[in-house]
Design a protein. Structure first.
Length: 25
C-alpha cells in the first residue's frame, strides 16, 4: 500500500474507531 493509501486508511479508521486509532498511533 502506498503512503496516500495509508493516510486514507488511517483517516477512515479514525472516523470509525477514534479510540482504537489513537491507541495504535
Amino acid at each position: 500500500m502506498d503512503v496516500n493509501g495509508m493516510i486514507i486508511n488511517k483517516a477512515y479508521k479514525f472516523r470509525i474507531y477514534p479510540n482504537k486509532a489513537q491507541a495504535i498511533l
